[in-house]
Design a protein around this ligand. Structure first.
Ligand code: NAD
Ligand code: TYD
Length: 353
């Protein structure tokens, strides 16, 4: 097991990053965690209110493309681990504005890798650059099969191709410069603090507000859903125990067709709000399909289970019920992140539906 004293987390004010920071501070009380986040539309310090007073936690507002800033941070904090989550993360936005994805996800990762490599030259003790990636780098599955760590890369969207590029860069810095790295590729996450441009929080919000529920295409695309706190626990396990240079797939063995998931959310939200069963079914609106829409993602997570003993801690039924409960109880969070630019984004994507 590796041991780290000073960890740089990038993108910690986002959805997954905020859960990772909470997890690291709770599980490793001696670890200092610095959160570097540019606070784009997706970053929100509200996601970390409960840890901001922790003396082991610091926040720095900044961009991973700022090489001088990263160098300064390494000098100041002497990081021995980097957990890199900062990214542009939404496929639909990548279709609208691909260049921002190339800048942050590819150039940002390269800048961070290079600064880390320079800072760690000649250093001793445990070191790890941990790159958080997605199963979308593997492309799209038909009805059968699962993505393994050996599945050839075949990204289809500007988002997934920018993440694939960043994975290649991380391996290149490992092979060329000897940078200690691990990579994980995870399936779709769900849970508290997810920006409501993604399927599950968007649907919960629209069911709550009785607005149309935009289902892309025929609603038959399949995703493998994992509770975000289980992703955070997997990241903790890999950071401390993953083999140098190795890749781990993380998933929930939990495949759902989008339309079935929307039905499940309608049942849960309507029940929680005391509405008669099926009230919100009529809100389902089939809209134009996403360009290049990947049909199916599904992860074979047997390596992380066999080598590191990790598996999901809760069922989807438990996780989804808890997630619906959280969003309905945190209506203020939902409303505050959807004020301002979100309205403009929503109109661009969905018109006035
Ligand atoms: P998110 O969009 O919620 O958060 C991204 C965070 O990165 C935000 O806080 C944002 O402010 C920050 N950021 C963006 N550009 C930055 C920059 N240039 N410099 C510094 N900070 C910047 O994303 P998420 O869903 O939490 O995803 C986190 C990571 O996990 C991403 O790398 C994503 O590719 C990966 N991932 C996500 C999922 C998922 O289902 N959400 C699944 C697998 C992998
Ligand atoms: P999303 O949450 O954007 O994740 P990803 O594209 O990274 O898998 O979308 C999950 C699935 O839901 C995907 O097949 C697209 C679909 N979808 C809709 O049908 N309607 C929506 O409004 C959104 C946001 C997604």
């Amino acid at each position: 097991m590796r041991n780290f004293k000073n960890t740089l987390v990038t993108g910690g004010a986002g959805f997954i990053g905020s859960h990772v920071i909470r997890r690291l501070l709770n599980q490793h009380p001696d670890m200092n965690v610095v959160n570097l986040d540019a606070l784009t539309y997706a970053g929100n310090l509200e996601n970390l209110r409960d840890v901001e007073a922790n003396p082991h936690y610091s926040f720095v507002k900044g961009d991973i493309c700022d090489a001088a800033l990263i160098k300064q941070l390494f000098e100041k904090y002497r990081f021995d681990a980097v957990v890199h989550l900062a990214a542009e993360s939404h496929v639909d936005r990548s279709i609208e504005n691909p260049m921002a994805f190339l800048e942050t996800n590819i150039m940002g990762t390269a800048i961070l890798l290079h600064a880390t490599k320079n800072a760690w030259i000649g250093s001793e003790g445990d070191r790890c650059f941990y790159h958080i990636s997605t199963d979308e780098v593997y492309g799209s599955l038909g009805d059968e099969g699962l993505f393994t760590e050996d599945t050839p890369y075949d990204p289809r969207s500007p988002y997934s191709s920018s993440k694939a590029s960043s994975d290649h860069l991380v391996r290149a810095w490992h092979h060329t410069y000897g940078l200690p790295i691990v990579i994980s590729n995870c399936s779709n996450n769900y849970g508290a603090f997810q920006f409501p441009e993604k399927l599950i929080p968007l649907m919960i919000r629209n069911i709550r507000d009785q607005r149309p529920l935009p289902v892309y295409g025929k609603g038959v695309n399949v995703r493998d859903w994992l509770w975000v706190e289980d992703h955070a626990s997997a990241i903790d396990v890999i950071l401390h125990g993953g083999a140098d240079g190795r890749t781990y797939n993380i998933g929930g063995l939990n495949e759902w067709r989008n339309i079935d998931l929307v039905h499940a959310l309608i049942r849960l939200v309507d029940a929680k709000l005391g509405r008669p069963e099926g009230t919100s079914m009529e809100l389902i609106t089939y809209v134009t399909d996403r360009a290049g829409h990947d049909m199916r993602y599904a992860i074979d997570a047997s390596r992380i289970e066999a080598e590191l003993g990790w598996k999901p801690s809760i069922t989807f039924e438990e996780g989804l019920a808890e997630t619906v409960r959280w969003y309905l109880a945190n209506g203020e969070w939902l409303d505050s992140v959807t004020s301002g630019n979100y309205t403009q984004y929503y109109e661009t994507m969905y018109g006035n539906r």
